[in-house]
Design a protein around this ligand. Structure first.
Ligand SMILES: C[S@@+](CC[C@H](N)C(=O)[O-])C[C@H]1O[C@@H](n2cnc3c(N)ncnc32)[C@H](O)[C@@H]1O
Length: 260
């Protein structure tokens, strides 16, 4: 989900803390999203806009072995990283600049992983606070576009990955020039920047099915009655209207790469 501030500025941690606090008292948005994205009940309320089925290919591409370390950067409420760590037997380090989101992530992790296998810390996309060359794989779903600039986040990802470690990113990319495209999506030059940083085996692929799931999700969100008191629903309704208007101008992408 590309949380938008009405003034178009990159949202800060206070903005995201409010965004998550609104969600914590509003189950309607979470229920609609979980149903469209296929999120299992035990992960209710813990996900962004990536369909759960996407985790099958991401798990394969990250090549995690039992005992390996996985970082989930800008993890939000943490569901994707927790599920990957559970499936692959990995240890998880989740980082986000929203302390409110991390509280939720910790609760979900306790439900699915032994305590020693998951840790969460406040940090940013460009300064994660993780040690250098300490993780075998790094996941960043729907968030790299918030880094200022995105290339600085990729540099940070290279720093924390071991040589040969795998990176998986999901985000959006313009399909054509459109003045309404968010500036931070326009600022993404993922292949170019990953190549410049020495990443290998870079693949950038479109995921039309994930985008179609977003369409159906947004249509239901827009049609859901809201008396204005459900702020989390109002926020996603605003975003859904904007996204539906310019839907064809963005495509869903997933990027995989190997650290040098
Ligand atoms: C759309 S949510 C995605 C969350 C999660 N990755 C997911 O897919 O469910 C974007 C996340 O990025 C975090 N975020 C945005 N800018 C950030 C920054 N500069 N540093 C760290 N986290 C950031 C927000 O707090 C939020 O949790």
């Amino acid at each position: 989900m590309s949380a938008e501030q009405p003034n178009g500025r990159v949202p800060d941690s206070a903005y995201f803390d409010r965004w998550y606090a609104d969600m914590d008292i509003s189950p309607v948005k979470d229920e609609i999203m979980a149903r469209h994205l296929g999120v299992p009940g035990t992960y209710a309320g813990s996900t962004g806009a990536l369909p759960w089925e996407g985790l099958d290919e991401i798990a394969r591409e990250l090549r995690l072995q039992p005992g390996d370390a996985l970082a989930d950067i800008a993890c939000g409420r943490g569901g994707y990283g927790i599920e990957l760590a559970r499936r692959c037997g990995a240890r998880l380090f989740g980082v986000d600049f929203s302390a409110v989101a991390l509280k939720h992530a910790e609760t979900t992790a306790h439900r699915h992983l032994e305590e020693h296998r998951a840790g969460f810390a406040v940090g940013t996309l460009t300064a994660t606070s993780l040690p250098s060359h300490g993780v075998n794989a790094l996941l960043c779903t729907d968030s790299v576009q918030f880094a200022e600039p995105p290339a600085a986040a990729l540099e940070e990802f290279r720093r924390v990955l071991v040589s040969g470690g795998r990176l998986a990113l999901t985000t959006w990319q313009p399909t054509r020039p459109d003045p309404r495209t968010p500036p931070r999506i326009k600022a993404l030059h993922l292949r170019r920047d990953l190549e410049r940083l020495g990443f290998k085996e870079i693949t950038l692929a479109r995921r039309a099915r994930w985008r179609a799931i977003e369409w159906a999700l947004y249509e239901e969100v827009v049609a859901t009655p809201n008396d204005g008191r459900d702020l989390a629903l109002a926020s996603i309704q605003q975003e859904a209207r904007r996204s539906l208007e310019q839907f064809d101008s963005l495509q869903r992408i997933v990027v995989y790469a190997t650290a040098p």
